[in-house]
Design a binder for this molecule. Structure first.
Ligand SMILES: [Cu+2]
Length: 549
């Protein structure tokens, strides 16, 4: 870990590069989780070994300042190149959903139609358990838009059989970059995301006009973890699981890119491509590495940096986006390696270190000394490192350039009006069994009084990973709607260069923290901040915020 700490500062470059080498050369067998007898199970399905060139999802583009589309939530059978078909929940029958392309000043109009099946259950609705998981709504993750009315309002409910029109005006000076949409109905988010309901939102603008960026072939890459049962079907959640059950049961996890397993990306030596990635998994961390190519980061979470930053790997928390320019190396075949991590198994390349050195235990936590920690057990197969795409470098063409400078998104901060310490908490009973997740000890209650902030002020928050007496490792992912934030410190150490994000990891140990500043700009109204490990969110780790005049 020493290479991560430079003096007393954790630099951004070091954090991204941390752990390099752990993933390199680990070639997981393709489709390990399939088993040999599954490849021919579906008549007419493709062989699992056939690989196809990666295709961008279909894009719907605004015209004359308007993008008006219908978004249909529906069960569907999809071909993810798994050797058999997958039965899951989708947008418009495809995984991922179509890409929406906008410009600053456009209005986005979405007619959401919910064709998911009604649930036939008399079970009471428990707010901090999976519930009504076929009721939906719409969130435009990262967009700086109104959270109120029929805009990006996650308090709306769209039950099965019903519809809702959303009208979302995008500000003229909205940052150009990569955003995404997904359902945000509390109690149903995990189920719909793990089924594949997500799509990209691209806002065009200044970054697209940088000559080296404009010249690069653009690939969007929606990274998903589709969670399925033995028959490759999406299983219902279990609101009250027994000790041997999970809230969100699954036997197969498929890591797809644009809805396909193991696609091929073709480049020629010296070609520069623009790869625009979103981690749209329900809750997985994703560490991605590609050897023998130049990787330069342009932006995180749709927020452009001052200059490209060379990296050897990127670690994306669930919800993060990253934009890369990739310059191909020499002719050959290369593997894009994914090392997945989870809240309880977050030790993957690129994960920033905990404040706790070694196995030191924070004093305020009474960790159980007896027996092995559940967090130290063997990795489950769904977290095994694997190749998720093959890069084929062949052909020839002119060697392409990389930019020196970028149109940075770095607005001035308003005066800090207030500081806040906010804890991501877990409640357990006297037997140390899980009760619920929460913020400052309270599970989400949509009727509770929201945390209030004043419009046109800034606040500085320190988000703390609160004690969990049962688990040694328990990382979370902070996300807040409407306004992005500027990370200024991790675990009490000031960063040499602050990081603009809308989604950020809370590292794994009790007492770990990060500090950010945020402007509550432009929009009043009620929205939320929550853990983007979405199972934690459905189980209570969310809080309402209201910006008032
Ligand atoms: Cu969490």
């Amino acid at each position: 870990m020493n290479d991560v700490i430079k003096g007393r500062e954790l630099t951004r470059r070091a954090a991204i590069r941390y752990g390099l080498g752990a993933a390199a050369g680990v070639l997981a067998p393709e489709l390990l989780e399939l088993g040999p007898d599954r490849a021919v199970a579906v008549r007419g399905a493709r062989s699992a070994t056939i690989r196809h060139e990666l295709r961008n999802p279909r894009a719907l583009r605004s015209r004359h300042g308007l993008l008006h589309l219908r978004l249909r939530c529906t069960p569907a059978t999809v071909d993810v190149n798994a050797g058999r078909l997958v039965r899951t929940y989708t947008y418009d029958g495809v995984v991922p959903g179509y890409t929406w392309e906008l410009q600053g000043g456009d209005t986005l109009v979405v007619d959401l139609v919910n064709h998911l099946p009604p649930l036939h259950s008399d079970a009471p609705m428990i707010m901090d358990r999976p519930h009504e998981w076929t009721t939906t709504n719409l969130h435009t993750h990262g967009l700086h838009v109104s959270p109120s009315g029929i805009a990006d309002n996650i308090f709306l409910d769209v039950p099965p059989g019903e519809r809702q029109r959303y009208v979302i005006p995008v500000p003229h000076n909205h940052p150009a970059g990569l955003f995404w949409y997904h359902p945000h109905r509390h109690g149903a988010v995990t189920q719909q995301l793990r089924g594949g309901m997500a799509g990209l939102i691209i806002v065009r603008g200044d970054l697209d006009e940088v000559p080296e960026v404009a010249a690069a072939r653009e690939r969007v890459m929606v990274l998903q973890s589709i969670e399925l049962g033995t028959e490759y079907e999406l299983l219902d959640p279990i609101p009250n699981p027994t000790r041997s059950q999970a809230f969100f049961p699954r036997q197969n996890v498929l890591y797809t890119i644009n809805g396909k397993l193991n696609p091929v990306l073709t480049m020629y030596p010296g070609e520069v491509q623009r790869w625009r990635l979103v981690n749209a998994a329900e809750g997985k961390f994703m560490s991605l590495a590609l050897e023998h190519h130049e990787l330069q980061v342009l932006a995180w979470d749709g927020l452009t940096m001052r200059a490209p930053e060379g990296v050897e790997l990127v670690m994306m928390s669930a919800g993060n986006r990253v934009e890369l320019l990739v310059r191909a190396g020499a002719r050959g075949r290369y593997e894009l390696m994914l090392t997945p991590g989870s809240s309880q198994k977050p030790n993957i390349p690129g994960m920033p270190p905990s404040a706790m050195a070694g196995n030191a235990v924070p004093l305020e936590c009474d960790l159980m000394a007896a027996g092995p920690m559940p967090g130290l057990a063997d990795q489950p197969p769904e977290l095994a490192p694997r190749s998720i795409a093959t890069i084929e470098v062949r052909g020839r063409g002119p060697r392409m350039g990389l930019p020196d400078a970028l149109p940075a998104w770095d607005p001035p901060m308003l005066p800090i009006a207030r500081q806040r310490r906010v804890r991501y908490t877990v409640s357990r009973d006297a037997m140390n069994e899980f009760l619920s997740f929460g913020i400052d000890g309270k599970a989400f209650d949509p009727t509770a009084a929201p945390y209030q902030a004043k419009l046109n002020t800034a606040e500085e928050w320190t988000v703390v990973n609160d004690c969990d007496n049962k688990l040694m490792d328990h990382a979370h992912v902070f996300h807040i709607h409407v306004n992005p934030f500027k990370v200024t410190a991790m675990n009490g150490r000031r960063l040499a260069t602050p990081l603009w994000r809308d989604t950020f990891v809370i590292t794994k140990r009790s007492g770990d923290s990060f500090t950010f500043e945020t402007n509550f700009a432009r929009f009043t109204g009620k929205f939320v901040q929550h853990c983007h490990v979405l199972a934690h969110e459905d189980l209570g780790m969310m809080e309402s915020i209201e910006v008032i005049r």
